[in-house]
Design a protein around this ligand. Structure first.
Ligand SMILES: NC(=O)c1ccc[n+]([C@@H]2O[C@H](COP(=O)([O-])OP(=O)(O)OC[C@H]3O[C@@H](n4cnc5c(N)ncnc54)[C@H](O)[C@@H]3O)[C@@H](O)[C@H]2O)c1
Length: 355
């Protein structure tokens, strides 16, 4: 087992972290242990964790981004209250980013805050969502509009959970890994784009590396006053596309798929405004098109603009972007013309997928 971070809270990583989880629960002597699951993590992950838990109550919500909302939050609060959860209670979020965002939000607000522990079960959760202290829910499908900063008590990353993930969820997590490389680690970018095929069964080093990049950035700027904004690269257009898809597509895009589209568009904007060269743009596009499913956009550009204008990252009437100065170096608080944003969306449509 490795401890990959131990400042505000501890992030444990490895195949034997569940013993440490059991020890933590004993040491903390919680009066109640609740485990938040969805139908998939109940089936695939709870049986693995169960032997390390004593008395616990399961709270189950339906999987999917559409359930990261106030109705699910109320259901969780109600369940805590009906089971007489007091302030010496802990909520274990056993799932992907939807569960850690939602569970973290509910725990942080119930009785002004009870402890929560994240046990990420998706690749995206392990490298991103479960660490960093952002908790929240969507409102009217607008991403993460209601939320707060609150760190988990601890995080336990058990990489074997990945083996039961459907393929689409594996590639979903790749979006945040390539993002971490693009904003902070040129060497990791080179490694990713030259890897012929990602071996999802042997990803421990990559998960550890990627999680460390996020932890180090968040550690320097936990409340996103400056540096942490580099992690928003790909997410201005990504969140707009995700929100649009949630309300318009019968099979909505996954978060990572939307971010991958955002990364292509925002690398294009970076290429137009900064020193990204065309070869690097090409390599980003190639990596994403090789790994992600083809998505035929049916978006309405006016609607995407409306969503971007409502993005919580904006601090005036301009749409706020994080862009790339070069591979491995991001620049925050950028603006660009609406024409260039439209051009980037067109670039995605024409170059990336449809040719
Ligand atoms: N707080 C943050 O800093 C942060 C960062 C990035 C993303 N996010 C959020 O994370 C969310 C996306 O997270 P996600 O991609 O993990 O999605 P998710 O939580 O919806 O999980 C994806 C799917 O995989 C299933 N699943 C989870 N673990 C499994 C396992 N081991 N085996 C089989 N199936 C499993 C789930 O039931 C679900 O159907 C978005 O809401 C996004 O906004 C938050």
């Amino acid at each position: 087992m490795k401890v990959i971070y131990d400042k505000n809270y501890t992030v444990y990583f490895g195949t034997d972290v569940l013993n440490q989880l059991a020890q933590t629960l004993i040491n903390k002597a919680y009066s109640h242990v609740f485990v938040l699951v969805d139908e998939n993590t109940e089936k695939f992950c709870l049986p693995i964790v169960k032997p390390y838990l004593e008395n616990f109550t399961v709270i189950k919500i339906e999987s999917g981004e559409r359930n990261k909302n106030l109705a699910s939050a109320e259901m969780i609060w109600q369940c805590l209250q009906k089971n007489l959860a007091n302030r010496n209670t802990v909520l274990l979020n056993l799932g992907g980013g939807v569960l850690s965002d939602l569970g973290g939000f509910c725990a942080a607000t119930y009785k002004r805050g009870i402890d929560f522990i994240n046990i990420p079960t998706t690749l995206l959760g392990m490298v991103d969502a479960a660490i960093g202290g952002k908790q929240g829910i969507d409102l009217n499908h607008y991403k993460n509009l209601i939320g707060l900063f609150k760190h988990p008590e601890q995080v336990f990353i058990y990489p074997h959970f990945i083996s039961s993930l459907p393929n689409i969820e594996k590639t979903n997590g790749l979006a945040e890994i390539i993002k971490h490389a693009l904003v902070d680690d040129k060497k990791l970018f080179e490694k990713l784009v030259t890897t012929h095929q990602i071996d999802f069964e042997n990803m421990e080093k990559l998960i550890e590396k990627s999680a460390k990049i996020k932890i180090e950035i968040v550690n320097k700027d936990p409340h996103e006053k400056g540096l942490r904004k580099v992690l928003n690269f790909g997410h201005t257009i990504g969140h707009a596309v995700e929100t649009f898809s949630l309300t318009n597509d019968s099979e909505p895009l996954k978060h990572g798929e939307a971010v991958a589209i955002g990364i292509i568009c925002e690398t294009y904007i970076s290429y137009k405004l900064y020193n990204i060269n065309d070869k690097d743009l090409e390599r980003v596009v190639k990596f994403i098109t090789a790994n992600f499913n083809k998505y035929m956009p049916k978006w309405d550009t006016n609607e995407l603009f409306k969503i971007m204008q409502n993005d919580k990252k904006n601090n005036n009437s301009n749409i706020n972007f994080t862009l790339l100065k070069k591979i491995g170096k991001a620049v925050i608080d950028c603006n660009c013309s609406n024409e260039l944003i439209i051009e980037a969306l067109e670039f995605y449509k024409n170059q990336a997928y449809l040719n």
